[in-house]
Design a binder for this molecule. Structure first.
Ligand SMILES: Cc1cc2nc3c(=O)[nH]c(=O)nc-3n(C[C@H](O)[C@H](O)[C@H](O)COP(=O)(O)OP(=O)(O)OC[C@H]3O[C@@H](n4cnc5c(N)ncnc54)[C@H](O)[C@@H]3O)c2cc1C
Length: 380
């Protein structure tokens, strides 16, 4: 019997397992597919403090940013502390970005229009300046998730970490009200606590325990270019519209340019957001829009071929905050899901805080904004 069962081997589940094992707990991670086979395998890998309004999510992001830097010392995954540049198309938007940066209280540099090209030599003409955030970084999310699981399993010698792939959780075991494990397609697994780290499927797993959690899919496409010989883009670069899109409640299609190079030489071009269920059909109009927005930002991309695209489903909660912590409705059940478009960035802090709760320590951040029972009945 494990102390903790983690349902989901995405980056969030991997971080939960890693920090629990580090805290001396015996952990079993269960996933119906492979490691990072869910949304983690479809993300971009940005670790952003720049796009968050002041508040609980930004606090989580700042903590996570620090933890990613420590974790990157283990090696085993690409981590680039490259910084993020948010650009404004107009003076009015630049003023809004400047105001946001002042409120956030994170490290930043205001970039006037005439020094934008000191950061990004290939940016288009006519942009109105921006804000540079040195803490923004990038990871390769699949390798990062795998590396967290490997290091959790190997490094501590206190807790243990076991991985059971290809097992679908189909129900919960109980003793009275208390959860004592999970039923899976491959047999029952006993555990002192169960962590629901099932990402976009977190609502389905919660329903198996008889509780509502309104986690919905928010689809996003990424366009990938051929590898470039010379790096064209140095930082993570995005337009101010991205911040608005992230915070929007619209179900309709929203796109804004998010562009970055990778160590492999490819350029990743995002990002679209739309609520269309779990529809994986490739949308050429969405991809065309992403490409056009990227070319408007970096005209040299016009000559570059796109070689593939992929899509994934961000785990979206109505208030755009993740669900982290003990579920007061079901003793023994914990949640770590619903991180929407920031789950890669927020994974280490989520895992760290949840491990603190499970080890009966006081968490470093107030978890009340993330509590599982915060949603109004009508939203469930
Ligand atoms: C296009 C796009 C771009 C993105 N870019 C970024 C970015 O730049 N930065 C960032 O921070 N985030 C980004 N995100 C969001 C990020 O990818 C997610 O927030 C994150 O990957 C969620 O991780 P997770 O571990 O919670 O979920 P997942 O990776 O989806 O893992 C959940 C796991 O649970 C398993 N599971 C579900 N149900 C069951 C069951 N019943 N039994 C067993 N296993 C089950 C699934 O198989 C899956 O492996 C992006 C997302 C998209 C779609």
């Amino acid at each position: 019997m494990s102390d903790v069962i983690v349902v989901g081997a995405g980056v969030v589940g991997a971080a939960c397992a890693y920090y629990c094992a580090r805290a001396g707990l015996d952990v079993t991670v269960i996933d119906r597919g492979p490691v990072a086979g869910g949304t983690t395998g479809s993300g971009e890998g940005n670790i952003l403090v720049s796009d968050k309004e002041p508040g609980p999510e930004l606090e989580l992001a700042v903590l996570s940013n620090r933890l990613w830097r420590t974790l990157s010392a283990h090696g085993g995954f690409e981590f680039e502390a490259k910084g993020g540049l948010v650009v404004a198309e107009t003076g009015e938007v630049r003023a809004q970005l400047t105001q946001l940066a002042a409120k956030q209280g994170v490290e930043h540099t205001l970039v006037p229009p005439d020094t934008l090209r000191d950061y990004e030599p290939h940016l288009a003409d006519g942009l109105a300046g921006g804000v540079f955030y040195p803490q923004d970084a990038q990871v390769q999310p699949m390798l990062a998730a795998a590396s967290l699981l490997r290091h959790g399993a190997e490094s501590f010698g206190r807790g243990t970490l076991r991985l059971r792939l290809g097992a679908t959780v189909t129900g919960f075991l109980r003793s009275g009200e208390r959860v004592t494990g999970v039923r899976t397609s491959e047999g029952d697994v006993l555990g002192g606590a169960v962590v629901n780290a099932a990402g976009t499927w977190g609502g389905e797993v919660a329903a198996l325990a008889g509780v509502n959690l309104p986690v919905l899919p928010r689809r996003g496409f990424i366009l990938v270019t051929e590898p470039l010989g010379e790096p064209l883009i140095r930082h993570k670069v995005y337009t101010a519209a991205y911040v608005t899109n992230v915070a929007s409640d619209s179900e309709g299609l929203e796109t804004s340019a998010v562009v970055e190079g990778t160590p492999a030489g490819t350029v990743l071009i995002g990002a679209s957001r739309e609520r269309v269920g779990f529809d994986r059909t490739t949308s050429v109009p969405v991809l065309a829009r992403l490409a056009a927005q990227a070319v408007a930002l970096f005209p040299a991309l016009r000559e570059v071929r796109a070689i593939r695209s992929y899509c994934g489903f961000r785990p979206y909660c109505p208030d755009h905050l993740p669900v982290i912590g003990a579920d007061p409705r079901v003793p023994g059940l914990y949640h770590a899901c619903g991180h929407e478009g920031a789950g890669i960035g927020l994974a280490p802090a989520t895992g760290h805080l949840l491990a603190q709760v499970l080890a009966d320590e006081r968490p470093d951040l107030d978890l009340r904004p993330f509590r599982p029972d915060r949603f109004a009945e009508e939203a469930q």
